[in-house]
Write a protein that binds this ligand. Structure first.
Ligand SMILES: Nc1ncnc2c1ncn2[C@@H]1O[C@H](COP(=O)(O)OP(=O)(O)O)[C@@H](O)[C@H]1O
Ligand SMILES: [Mg+2]
Length: 171
């Protein structure tokens, strides 16, 4: 597991860009962290780097939004899903099998449901003293952890971690 301090939104986007360069068909990305910690900011940047040119909006109410960039990418938000059974209705397993990249906000709730390979990124607020203006403008720090798990990533994991290390000093 890697952990970093992201100084601001620019760093968060840089992490997304770094990850995007390593993702391929059928990969699952799980985004965790409390409300307002940056999951959607990260997802939007990730989708942009995967070639999605449309405006990416938060899928909190629609649960799944599908895009086509250089690959098919589905942006999922399961904040409102209480019952894990409901997740089956979203057919995430099928999307992955069809070669889509699936990015799930609040995805820790789905851990283990969609195979054993995933990249999990967790965001935490670091600074309790930060002003509201800095928070809103994207100038607040986040503590982030990255876990790259499972056989799908066996051959990529080392390079993925190395690229992330290149950008940050490990916290
Ligand atoms: N380092 C940072 N990384 C990401 N977002 C940040 C950061 N600092 C401040 N923010 C702000 O935090 C908010 C994150 O919102 P959002 O991505 O919608 O959260 P979530 O999807 O986790 O609920 C945005 O208003 C963004 O400007
Ligand atoms: Mg969100």
């Amino acid at each position: 597991m890697l952990s970093f301090v992201l100084e601001n939104v620019k760093d968060t986007k840089l992490l997304a860009e770094t990850l995007a360069g390593h993702l391929g068909e059928g990969d699952l990305v799980i985004l965790s962290g409390e409300l307002g910690t940056g999951k959607t900011v990260f997802a939007r940047a990730l989708l942009g780097c995967l070639g999605v040119n449309e405006v990416v909006t938060s899928p909190t109410f629609v649960l799944v939004k599908s895009y086509q960039g250089r690959l098919f990418v589905d942006h999922v938000d399961i904040y409102r899903v209480d019952d894990p059974e409901e997740l089956y209705v979203l057919s995430i397993e099928e999307l992955l099998e069809d070669g889509h990249i699936v990015v799930i906000e609040w995805g820790e709730r789905a851990l283990g449901l969609f195979g054993s390979s995933y990249v999990q990124i967790s965001f935490e607020r670091l600074d309790t003293e930060v002003s509201l203006e800095d928070e809103i403008s994207g100038d607040a720090k986040r503590f982030v952890t990255v876990e790259i798990v499972g056989p799908r990533f066996r051959d990529r994991r080392g390079q993925m971690e190395a690229d992330m290390y290149k950008i940050w000093n490990v916290a």
